[in-house]
Design a protein around this ligand. Structure first.
Ligand SMILES: *Cc1c(COP(=O)(O)O)cnc(C)c1O
Length: 248
């Protein structure tokens, strides 16, 4: 590594440290405004499009949960982070739509899939996790969240609220997956406050039959305060932490 690389890394570390402090302040302020304890909301760093070196630096700064939305990027990145920081125990979340033919790969690197939205995906992930465990490529079950669509618009993932119970039931019976909660992305141009309230209601109903499914993954860089006010337990933050993503 040249001296230039080292000072570039120092600059990036300082940038990320500043952004992280600001995001943590926003989360803390939103928690106290909502009368919720500070540890009620976790921070998931959405590192999609950013390099493994950024994940390593965020790990040095104390983060352990990272989100990715494309299997083809995340699989090599997770391997690279394991080499860069063998002592870090990252918890990788898949937050993007999972194509069923990618389920086998996802089952090897993901600790959590947040975007489960159909019975067929439950089936594909169940088979994939079973295969990964049989071949010794994973030990534990896969934690999953049911992604809920709050505007009924297809294309951005998520199932209608009325399908959540059936998908949750299938997850429970899979033997390979563990239901931990619900996830949503606020509809574009919609009333995000109402959407997050709807998600909270969906979560309440789900927990009647699945008391352990306590996670509510909601809120991103632009709307994390509104999500925390409505009960989010995990905010997924990319831009506010890492900067503007390069356009794909
Ligand atoms: C990219 C992404 C995020 C992070 O979005 P920002 O606006 O950059 O904070 C959160 N959730 C999902 C599902 C994403 O794809």
């Amino acid at each position: 590594m040249t001296e230039e690389d080292v000072s570039g890394a120092d600059e990036r570390r300082e940038f990320l440290a500043g952004r992280l402090a600001a995001v943590r302040d926003r989360i803390a302020a939103a928690c106290s405004a909502a009368g919720r304890p500070l540890d009620a909301v976790r921070l998931l760093a959405v590192t999609k499009t950013f390099p493994a070196s950024d994940v390593a630096l965020l790990g040095d700064l104390g983060l352990t949960e990272f989100g990715e939305n494309r299997d083809q990027d995340a699989a090599p990145k997770a391997a690279e982070v394991a080499e860069l920081r063998p002592g870090l125990r990252p918890r990788w979340h898949m937050v993007g739509q999972v194509q069923r033919n990618k389920a086998r790969s996802v089952a090897r690197w993901a600790d959590v899939v947040e975007s489960v939205d159909s019975p067929r995906l439950v089936e594909a992930l169940t088979r994939a996790v079973a295969a990964a465990r049989e071949s010794g490529r994973r030990e534990s079950r896969l934690d999953v969240l049911v992604q809920v669509s709050l505007d009924g618009a297809p294309g951005r993932g998520g199932c209608p609220p009325k399908e959540v119970a059936q998908i949750a039931e299938m997850v429970d019976h899979s033997g390979e997956l563990r239901l931990i909660g619900v996830m949503a992305v606020a509809p574009l141009g919609g009333d995000s406050e109402r959407s997050f309230e709807t998600l909270n209601t969906v979560s309440d109903l789900l927990r009647r039959d699945h008391p352990d499914a306590v996670e509510i993954s909601a809120g991103m860089s632009n709307d994390l305060e509104r999500a925390i006010a409505a009960g989010s337990t995990s905010v997924r933050v990319g831009t506010a932490l890492l900067g503007t993503r390069p356009i794909a």
